[in-house]
Structure formats: structure tokens, C-alpha cells
Write a protein that binds this ligand. Structure first.
Ligand code: GTP
Ligand code: MG
Length: 199
């Protein structure tokens, strides 16, 4: 399957984002969790989205158009301690406005590093999505860095902590940008969800 993918533009203001005529999926998560890498994996491009060893690389809302059919939005990482409190608040503010107002947003992919224990910041972000009725799925990243048994254990632990707050679990994807694990399932999900898009 050949995939076309193009960067459109970067914004901080949701009102200036690309015309919401196509369904859209946004990627969010802690800095360094692998948002930009996942976009490159999904689009089969090496550096469509900028990757860096330095957390906090993506500080804008970056829009990509895929197969002239849907948008992916790469959002700034939350919880990055090294940027100033003031600029952290600013990210949170424009990101939340985007999430709450973007009419074509079908679903948010909440990326979670599969190696780490449930973090308050991620759990709170998903609670926020629930309260605002923003649909989301969970996407565990960097699965290649764990042995299958450890991976299973971590994901089971995560599910258990989700169930302390949620009655049902969201859809879960297990991914690796390195091995391309999860790619087909994510496309299947996006293709299915695209059919629900109303102009
Ligand atoms: P910010 O833009 O800073 O918020 O980070 P990000 O979430 O976009 O993370 P990015 O994609 O830049 O990846 C951060 C680091 O993790 C890079 O060094 C990537 O090469 C590495 N990485 C991301 N995904 C994977 C993965 O699936 N497997 C492995 N082994 N490394 C990964
Ligand atoms: Mg990034």
C-alpha cells in the first residue's frame, strides 16, 4: 500500500488550523513518548515529523494530510519540565482550546510509554478527555524495548489502574515505531472511523 503524506503547517491557534473538511486524529502524550516517530512510522517516512532525543521538540500543533483523506495532528508533549512554567501553561492552553473546539477531531491518540508505570499526568489527561467528551484511544509506544512478558505485564497493570476510574477501557493499541507493530490495527481503526465523519 503506498501512502501519501504531506506536512501542511504549524499553528498555536486552533482557528488557523487547516480547513476542517477532513476527519482528523491528534497524537498527544508526554514529551519523548514517540508521537513524531509514530507519525513517521504510519506514513512510512523517515523524517516527516521531526524527531529528537531532546524532549519538548514539538512545541506547535503540526498538521499532516494523509492520502488526501484525513489529517494527523502532532501536538506538543505535555509534562516537559525543562520549559518554563509560563510556556508550559501556554502549550496547555492552546492545546486544550484545540482539543475542545476542533470540529473534525474524530479521536485523540493518547501515547503512553509501555515501559513505565501509570503516570498521574496521563491518567488526568484521559479523565479530562472523558469530562469534555473528547473521544480517545490509548497507544502504548516503544514496545520493541520490552520482552513480550514484560510488555503484557505492564499493559495489564495499566488496564487495572484505568479501571479504578473508568467503567470500561478505551481501545488499546500496542505499537513500535521501530518494528512497525500496531500499524495495521491503527489504519484499520482510522479507516473505520473515517466512515463516521460528517461534513
Ligand atoms: P516531543 O516532540 O519532544 O514531545 O517528543 P515525541 O513524543 O514526538 O517523541 P519522538 O518521536 O521525538 O521520540 C523520542 C525518542 O524516542 C527518539 O529518540 C525516538 O527515536 C525514540 N522512539 C520513539 N518511538 C520509538 C519506538 O517505538 N521504539 C524505540 N526503540 N524508540 C523510539
Ligand atoms: Mg514530537
Amino acid at each position: 500500500m503506498s501512502i501519501t503524506a504531506n506536512f501542511i503547517e504549524s499553528n498555536t491557534d486552533w482557528k488557523k488550523c487547516p480547513n476542517p473538511k477532513l476527519p482528523e486524529y491528534a497524537l498527544i502524550g508526554r514529551s519523548n513518548v514517540g508521537k513524531s516517530s509514530l507519525i513517521n512510522m504510519l506514513t512510512q517516512r523517515k523524517s516527516l515529523a521531526k524527531i529528537s532525543g531532546t524532549p519538548g521538540k514539538t512545541q506547535l500543533i503540526n498538521h499532516f494530510i494523509i492520502n488526501n483523506n484525513f489529517y494527523l495532528a502532532d501536538l506538543p508533549g505535555y509534562g516537559y519540565a525543562k520549559v518554563s512554567k509560563k510556556s508550559r501553561a501556554k502549550f496547555a492552553d492552546f492545546t486544550m482550546k484545540f482539543l475542545e473546539n476542533r470540529t473534525n477531531l474524530m479521536c485523540v491518540f493518547v501515547l503512553i510509554d509501555s515501559r513505565i508505570k501509570p503516570q498521574k499526568i496521563d491518567l488526568e489527561f484521559m479523565e479530562y478527555c472523558g469530562i469534555k467528551e473528547i473521544p480517545f484511544v490509548m497507544c502504548f509506544t516503544k514496545a520493541d524495548k520490552l520482552k513480550p512478558k514484560e510488555l503484557d505485564k505492564n499493559i495489564e497493570e495499566y488496564k487495572a489502574s484505568m479501571l479504578e476510574y473508568w467503567e470500561t477501557l478505551p481501545e488499546i493499541f500496542i505499537t513500535s515505531s521501530k518494528s512497525k507493530m500496531g500499524k495495521d490495527s491503527i489504519y484499520e481503526f482510522i479507516n473505520g472511523t473515517n466512515t463516521l465523519f460528517k461534513h
